[in-house]
Design a protein around this ligand. Structure first.
Ligand SMILES: Cc1cc2nc3c(=O)[nH]c(=O)nc-3n(C[C@H](O)[C@H](O)[C@H](O)COP(=O)(O)OP(=O)(O)OC[C@H]3O[C@@H](n4cnc5c(N)ncnc54)[C@H](O)[C@@H]3O)c2cc1C
Length: 403
């Protein structure tokens, strides 16, 4: 007998599926679909318009109160939405908005800041970036040297930041800046919102191994930020920044975007179902790789991990919903998700054979998407805190191992 809950869930799943079929860009998921190259204007517009559609349908912005533009839904519905999106593989959304800037604004912003910035951020009408890292402040974030000096109702900013993602079309950036030159570490930083059109602010692209310019360097030459754009109190920015890192790690590690995040989730390439399909299509010595028990075993391992991480992500989502602080569990998810995406990308290339490794040319598969993905996913072990730093946190703060 099917329980009323199961029936309700099934009905909702059908609803989400129908909505996706109707709203995904035309041809999405078919070999004919020409996806725009990441970091181009077309790519940005695709992501933005997708976020708007999701938002207008109530399929995103889950853990924000209604008065700031949030969408309220029970966790089981959020899970189904996330699962269905992973199954179809949906267009990427601007990540910094929901993973980075939104949760910190919600937690540390004034009423005015929340009302002004959250609704357009959640809908993708305004896009954000993150200015934390500097040439000598990555893992050691407390070593930030870009300064902000108070001048009346404004702060004057000078210095440089680096590795800033989603920069080309950002309207605003969150920044952590040194505001006290004498105070000890962690008590000398403040958190700001900066309009990216501010005079004196410039950006220079950085090209990564995929050939794309996903991130940039930021330069500040007497940039003026109004005091009202400070998030939280003067010299308390470190604590807000730590908050940002928790939600960012949660977003980048969480399975299939189960919570507020717009992260890639554990799977980078359409989930385990997509790998199964690939194995079924790949023939070796007259048999599909799906018929090979060794490959099936490896793919099954991904399915097991997805399920385990799905449950873990749901637990985190429930905690967020109940206002319980999410803590170090996000380090486990982030670390595991980043390492898993690499294993997954490598397995896919193995399944596809030599054609999968080609970035371009007549013998490349899907215009080199999988080869590019194999190169790209490596960055997950660096972004939002490296795997080494995450292992340290897990060892010391979760397992209580000695330093
Ligand atoms: C794809 C991507 C997107 C990013 N986007 C942004 C962004 O939008 N905004 C932003 O501000 N930053 C961003 N970053 C920067 C990112 O936060 C930093 O690269 C990261 O924190 C590591 O800092 P680092 O590069 O300075 O490396 P370092 O801190 O110099 O580390 C170098 C190596 O030393 C190891 N190491 C350092 N300290 C320790 C330690 N105590 N114990 C053990 N090992 C250690 C590290 O694990 C690493 O292997 C992004 C990075 C990537 C890859």
């Amino acid at each position: 007998m099917v329980s009323a809950e199961a029936e309700q869930a099934q009905q909702f799943r059908q609803e989400v599926r129908a909505w996706l079929m109707e709203n995904l860009p035309e041809g999405w998921g078919t070999p004919q679909y020409e996806a725009p190259e990441p970091t181009t204007k077309e790519f940005h517009e695709l992501g933005q318009s997708w976020l708007r559609r999701l938002y207008d349908a109530g399929y995103t912005a889950f853990n924000y109160p209604k008065e700031y533009g949030g969408v309220e839904r029970p966790v089981w519905q959020i899970q189904i939405i996330a699962q269905e999106m992973t199954r179809t593989g949906t267009p990427p959304r601007p990540m910094s908005n929901i993973m980075v800037a939104g949760p910190t604004l919600l937690q540390s912003g004034t009423e005015e800041q929340k009302k002004r910035f959250l609704p357009p951020m959640l809908r993708g009408d305004e896009c954000w970036m993150q200015g934390f890292s500097e040439p000598n402040a990555g893992s050691d974030l407390a070593n930030i040297q870009t300064t902000a000096v108070r001048d009346g109702d404004e702060w004057v900013v000078n210095g440089q930041k680096v590795w800033n993602s989603e920069w080309q079309f950002a309207d605003y950036s969150v920044l952590v800046l040194k505001t006290d030159m004498e105070a000890p570490r962690h008590r000398n930083l403040s958190y700001f919102i900066m309009d990216c059109k501010s005079p004196g602010f410039t950006m220079r692209p950085l090209r990564e191994i995929t050939g794309r310019e996903w991130f940039c360097e930021m330069f500040f030459d007497n940039v003026r930020i109004p005091h009202e754009n400070m998030l939280g109190e003067v010299n308390m920015g470190w604590y807000a920044a730590m908050r940002t890192l928790v939600t960012e790690r949660n977003g980048s590690g969480n399975l299939e975007n189960v919570d507020v995040s717009a992260g890639q989730g554990v799977s980078s390439i359409g989930g385990t179902g997509a790998i199964v399909e690939m194995a079924k299509k790949t023939m070796r010595r007259g048999k599909s790789l799906w018929e090979d028990a060794a490959y099936r075993q490896r793919i099954a391992q991904f399915a097991i991990e997805s399920t385990a991480m799905g449950h873990s992500g749901a637990r985190t989502a429930v905690k967020i919903r109940k206002g319980i602080d999410i803590g170090h569990e996000v380090n486990i998810g982030k670390h595991f998700g980043a390492e898993r995406r690499i294993r997954e990308a490598d397995l896919i290339l193995e399944l596809l054979g030599t054609g999968g490794q080609l970035m371009r040319g007549p013998h490349s598969i899907d215009k080199g998407e999988y080869a590019t993905n194999m190169l790209w996913v490596r960055c997950g072990t660096i972004a939002a805190g490296t795997s080494e730093i995450n292992r340290n946190i897990i060892a010391e703060r979760i397992l209580g191992l000695p330093r």
